[in-house]
Design a protein around this ligand. Structure first.
Ligand code: ADP
Ligand code: MG
Length: 724
């Protein structure tokens, strides 16, 4: 039998191993297993610093057994089985610096026989905390040669200098994965290299087979570096080829051209109450030209919160409507769809009263379609959409349903894209007779390399400045445990309200739901509890209202309208207000349990205040102590309003999360080694190479092995495109 990457593992490995690899890690073939890369390499003689462990982290540490203690106890909360107590074995291990860690084993006291003081081992598990001490519960372990006095020589029994540490599961620890990989590596002959030979030679990339061997059994740091580079290049090149091909296909399509100008856009511009920012003007030009072109526009518009993206989109929509087309605006939430509808109708004035007697002849209508429309409303809207009475149609995913028939959909605008998958974008586009122009708007600043990958099939524009007259938001971290600070925070809210302004109080949770048992940690604060406390306490006498995702749509809409109209002083809300909510009179925001939110999320949240001409204030309330990484994140948000800088920081942290989360649980992903942040150079170079490859050979016919990888990823495209 010839063993290749397609060979099933069950043909080459033992049954138990095959089951553990399949169930725990989803690895079925030789190729899957060889593609299960180590996530780090332990160094021979490496010093493990037990002081640096993070709670919740999956770790493999090198340490020495110091003591083992057996205890008996009756498990709490349930009657002892037949009155029998359980036994608990506690093993204390320490690193070279003498820092210790407790290992616990339930009903496995026999392990005390091998875990004797003085022995060194590798211990793997998730770091937990109990009574202020760090511990690993039921860790997996591998003891090192008994006579080894120091860990450097102890680890000698592992062949290389660099010991691969694999994402592992409870069924199969890293050293057994390593064993399986070694077995398989020795059996497979050199697999064919899928990358185009000329490219490989020009870029001096290792052969695929060499890279696979080196990543699992590195001979040296250099060899490992070269292997990683080779494998990252493959990931980047395949991904970019998918995107470049998609872009090339789209560019070849024919679209309806909507000429620039027209009575409607001109009438609108003439009545704009302010001057456009330079960015709005420039991006507006780009878009106007593309809409007038023969191929569909596919453009991403990035602009920090408050930069005025909606206006840019509206002006583009009017260009399309002026020439008989329809424009659809897809919003991620009902609150946002309703708000867009309100503000667009307001901005248009009588230009939105098409068909009415006293309206100007160039006027159109703006329809709103959300899931909560009544049957009658829905019928009216569907009719307006079908007959082209409505030129602009705003809605949530309800727009995507069957039965929503457009007379002539020419332009699709997707707001806050990160909430939608590409499938949804495509579902709406499919309602057009010819490929429509598409504009995707996002307020989450996207680092360049992410734009090139997640949105790599789109052209991008950025709005980098805020409209004139905006005063930056002041952000402070407030310790929850300090009464004086908290009082000061609430009196700031009262001051804003006394001055005629409004405020938000944001909590992580709605309330009333079951909360996960988080051990020592209390559940996050809930809006339903907090509103009651504030009403009867710090904010007594003010007009408070509740907004969260579980309210029905009418109620949500009523509350938002009331807030926008100034009938509510303080909105106590969950993150439903995170994206796009625009009430310029709101000037203060208090975020409770702020450490529960992500960096970009906090930045988005605070973008809700300071949207008018009054200075905005954002207070991030948290009880996490100074010096912790959670606190550092809050300090970072407080220290800058540069959304791009924060987005990069966020991405960095998420990558770490991926390594520990997704990679650990063995989720298969096409992008295993490539970091969107750190490998910008590879991604950029791969983009250029992919562009050249596809220009020269659009069907990749000359490179069938590479084409197969590209097709494979394209078929799963949603996977990585939705990641953002
Ligand atoms: P975002 O980019 O966050 O979606 P919006 O489009 O909601 O921003 O705009 C924020 C606010 O700024 C709105 O009230 C809008 O009317 C206003 N605005 C937009 N452009 C300008 C401008 N050039 N000058 C002054 N205000 C503007
Ligand atoms: Mg917006």
């Amino acid at each position: 039998m010839i063993i290749g990457l397609d060979t099933r593992l069950r043909e080459v490995l033992g049954k138990k191993t095959v089951e553990a690899l399949g169930e725990g890690l989803g690895l079925e073939t030789v190729g899957d297993l060889l593609g299960h890369y180590p996530f780090r390499y332990a160094q021979r003689g490496e010093r493990t610093d037990l002081g640096a462990l993070q709670i919740g982290e999956d770790v493999t540490v090198t340490a020495q057994v110091r003591a083992a203690v057996k205890r008996s106890f009756v498990p709490k909360g349930r009657p002892a089985r037949g009155g029998k107590p359980s036994d608990l074995l506690e093993v204390i291990v320490a690193d070279e610096g003498g820092r210790s860690l407790t290992l616990t084993f339930f009903n496995q006291s026999w392990r005390a026989k091998e875990l004797v003081a003085g022995r060194w081992g590798l211990f793997a598990g998730k770091v937990a905390q109990f009574r202020g001490r760090l511990q690993l519960n039921s860790p997996q372990y591998q003891l090192l040669a008994e006579d080894a006095a120091d860990p450097a020589s102890a680890i000698e029994e592992f062949a290389g200098t660099l010991i691969p540490v694999y994402p592992a599961t409870a069924e199969i620890p890293t050293w057994n994965i390593a064993k399986a990989i070694h077995t398989v590596l020795d059996m497979v002959p050199q697999p064919p290299d899928p990358l185009p030979r000329s490219l490989r030679e020009r870029l001096r990339l290792q052969h695929y087979g060499t890279a696979l061997r080196q990543i699992h059994r590195p001979e040296s740091h250099e060899a490992l570096g070269a292997a990683k580079k080779r494998l990252k290049w493959q990931e980047a090149l395949v991904m970019q080829a998918v995107l470049v091909r998609r872009k090339a296909e789209a560019a070849g399509e024919a679209a309806t051209a909507y000429a620039r100008g027209g009575a409607l856009p001109e009438a609108f511009d003439a009545r704009l109450p302010f001057t456009l920012t330079a960015g709005q003007r420039q991006v507006g030009e780009e878009i106007a030209n593309e809409l007038a072109g023969a191929h569909p526009m596919h453009r991403l518009l990035q602009g920090d919160v408050g930069s005025g993206k909606t206006l840019v989109a509206l002006r583009a929509m009017l260009q399309v409507v002026a020439h008989g087309g329809q424009a659809a605006l897809l919003a991620p939430t009902e609150v946002l769809a309703a708000q867009h509808h309100r503000s667009i109708v307001d901005m248009l004035g009588d230009l939105a009263r098409g068909g009415e007697l006293d309206a100007p002849p160039e006027a159109t209508r703006v329809a709103l379609l959300t899931g909560s429309a009544t049957a009658a409303q829905r019928r009216t809207v569907l009719d307006e959409v079908k007959t082209n009475t409505a030129g602009i149609i705003i809605g949530t995913h309800a727009l995507l349903y069957d039965g929503v028939d457009f007379a002539d959909l020419g332009f699709v605008v997707v707001d806050e894209q990160h909430r939608f998958g590409v499938e949804q974008r495509d579902a709406l586009r499919a309602k057009a007779q010819r490929p429509p122009h598409t504009l995707v708007m996002t307020a989450t600043p996207i680092p360049r390399t992410v734009a090139m990958t997640v949105y790599g099939d789109l052209e991008t524009s950025r709005l980098t400045e805020l409209p004139a007259g905006r005063i930056p938001i002041a952000t402070h971290v407030v310790p929850y445990t300090d009464q004086r600070w908290m009082q000061r925070a609430w009196s700031r809210v009262r001051e804003e309200v006394a001055a005629g302004r409004q405020a938000y109080v944001v909590c992580p949770r709605v309330g009333g739901e079951e909360t996960e048992d988080a051990g020592d940690r209390r559940p996050p604060l809930a809006v339903t509890d907090v509103i009651e406390q504030l009403q009867n306490g710090a904010l007594q006498g003010l007009r408070l209202a509740l907004l969260h995702g579980r309210l029905d749509a009418d109620e949500k809409d009523r509350v938002m309208r009331g807030y926008a109209a100034g009938e509510i002083d303080v909105l106590v809300a969950t993150t439903v207000i995170e994206v796009g909510v625009n009430v310029p009179n709101a000037t203060a925001m208090v975020v409770l349990d702020a450490e529960r939110f992500g960096i970009s999320q906090l930045h988005q949240l605070r973008g809700r205040v300071g949207r008018g001409t009054h200075p905005g204030l954002c207070l991030l309330v948290s009880e996490v102590p100074e010096g912790t990484s959670s606190r550092e994140r809050l300090d970072a948000v407080a220290s800058t309003t540069d959304g791009f800088a924060l987005a990069e920081l966020d991405l960095e942290q998420r990558r770490e999360g991926d390594v520990l989360g997704a990679a650990q649980s063995g989720v298969k992903s096409h992008v295993k080694l490539l970091s969107l942040l750190k490998d910008a150079d590879i991604i950029e170079a791969a983009r250029a190479e992919a562009t050249a490859l596809i220009e020269a050979d659009p069907g990749l016919k000359g490179e069938p092995a590479f084409a197969a990888l590209v097709d494979d990823l394209a078929a799963d495209r949603g996977d990585f495109l939705e990641k953002g």
